[in-house]
Each structure stands twice: as C-alpha cells, then as structure tokens.
Design a protein around this ligand. Sequence first.
Ligand code: PMV
Length: 325
Amino acid sequence: MKTTATAPSNIAFIKYWGQKNQLLNIPLNDSISVNLDNLFTTTTVQFDPKLKKDSVSIDGKSEAKEVKRVSSLLDTIRNIKRSKEFAKVVSVNNFPKGSGLASSASGFAALAVAATAAAGLKLSEKELTTIARLGSGSASRSIPSGFVKWEKGKDHSSSYAHSIHPKNHWDINIIAVILSNFEKKIGSAQGHAMASTSPFYQARLKNLPSKIKDLEKALIKKDLKTFCGIVEQESLEMHSIMLTSTPSLIYWLPASIEVMKLCQKMRADGTLVYFTFDAGSQPILFCMQKDTKNVLKNIKAVKSIKKIIVNKPGDGAKLTNKHLF
Ligand code: PMV
C-alpha cells in the first residue's frame, strides 16, 4: 500500500532542550507548542518486497545521515509489524530544511503517520506521537492539532503529546522570518547532549514547572502580553543555555538580534509583537492577526530577510491521497 501524509512544523512556546534518554528522545521537561499551518512536510511511503534496502529521497536528495535516521524509524515500524520489507520514501518540505524551522518535527511526524499507515498498522494518535518522538523529539508535537503539550513522561509510552486547545482557540499569527537558507552545523541532537554543561541548566529545570503553569493560564485567558512575555523569556533562556554550554552554541545571526530589537521598538510604539527562536537563527514572531500588516511593514526594514511566511495555528499530521510518486 502507498500512503502519503502531511505534517506541520511546530514552534515551541516552552522549549524542549535536554534529554533524560537519548535513544528514546525522552525529555527532561514538558514542552508546549503550536502547529504552523504554512510550513509543512509531505511524505509518501510504500513498502516493497522487491527492495534490497530503504530508498529515501528528501527534497530530491539522499544524504546518508538522513537515510539512517529514516531507516531507524522504519525499523521500529517493521518491528511492530514483524516484517522485513524495505520501503521507498519520498519527502518534500515547503521551507528550508535544517535551518531552525523545525523541519525534523514536520518530517518525522509525516513519516510516522505515512509509514505506519503504509504498514497497515492502526495506531491511536497517542501512539503515533510516541513513534514520531523516536525520530525527533519535537515531532511528537506535530501529530495532534492546534496547541499541543508534550508530557515528558518517564518511559516510551508515557512520553506523548496531546492537543490542549484547538487551532481556532486564538486568532494569532505566527510569522516565520527566514534570514538564512543554510543548514545549521550543529543539530539539536548534539545540542540536547550539551545542555547540562551550562551552569544555568539546573536552575532552568527547577523553575520550569511554575513557568509552564503561568503560560497555560495565560493561554486559556488569551492574554497576549503575559503569554508572549513568558514565550520571549523562555526563548532567551534556552539560548542562554546554548550560549553557556561547553562548547558554546551560537545560533543567532546579527540580523536575528536586529529583529529582536525591532520587536522591542514596535512594542514601545504600541504594537504587541513578540519573538521566539528554535535552535537556529530564524526569528518567529507572534502578534494578533489584526496587527500583522503593520508588523510586516516594519519588519521589511531588516535588509537580510530572505523570506517571510505568515502562519495561523494549524492542524496536526494527516493522511492525504496526493502521492509524491
Ligand atoms: O526535536 P529536536 O531534537 O529537533 O529538538 C528541538 C529543540 C527545539 O526546537 C530547539 C525546541 C523545541 O521544543 O522545539
């Protein structure tokens, strides 16, 4: 059977940074995110008894490191199905991969949904989030719809993601500002492993539970100022951990800082707009939909912007019949 799935990228309000179990991608803290409706991966999978190995194409390329990660998730699915059949996998992203826009989240969520369906497995959403998590932790949050919480759990089955609000809970825009199309040199797997070398990491873990409670309350109330105040602080905190890890991780570009300062200026001028970053240089901005036009007008002053993609909170991963081969 040939099956195709699409899955959105997601951006975390509360970040996942640091792992309890590297093999299973079990995090040291809960995280909360929203799906981005205009940044997504589409993946078609077909298991084929004639294949001698997995055939994997991602954005037209077949890089050994990526093929290995895809095959490893396919192995998990083959083990559940008790099958030895290899698969053909074709995947495309509608945005630059590996540059800090969570392409591994959308990629592994789409792969988990397409490959389990292609294998004829009927899994619950909760189980799908745990399988996607094995490919990339944050991929677990790209399976459910809208605003999503990933419970850190303590083992494979208890570390899962679920929707906490539907996509229409709040009419915010999430604006991805693409400053660089280059793939980052240090991926998140290496970053997670280094997190605990920061002298500030234990303080972060200690303070997170109360921060998460405050953020969840502000999300229920749709209180943008309080909510995004926490979101910005959280992003700066994660980057402080990165900056103070050994070796130090510096993901920002000069223009990343320019955008942060511009957000502060826009706020001083009366427009409520806030920023966050993943493990990369691209700022992601939050504002109410009614303010987007004004934010876009201001942000265009930053010369090195390559592209701007405006998103709304989006659906989770789903099957489609628009196959890629
Ligand atoms: O899922 P990973 O291993 O690519 O880690 C993602 C980590 C961040 O994007 C930096 C934060 C997050 O919660 O998405």
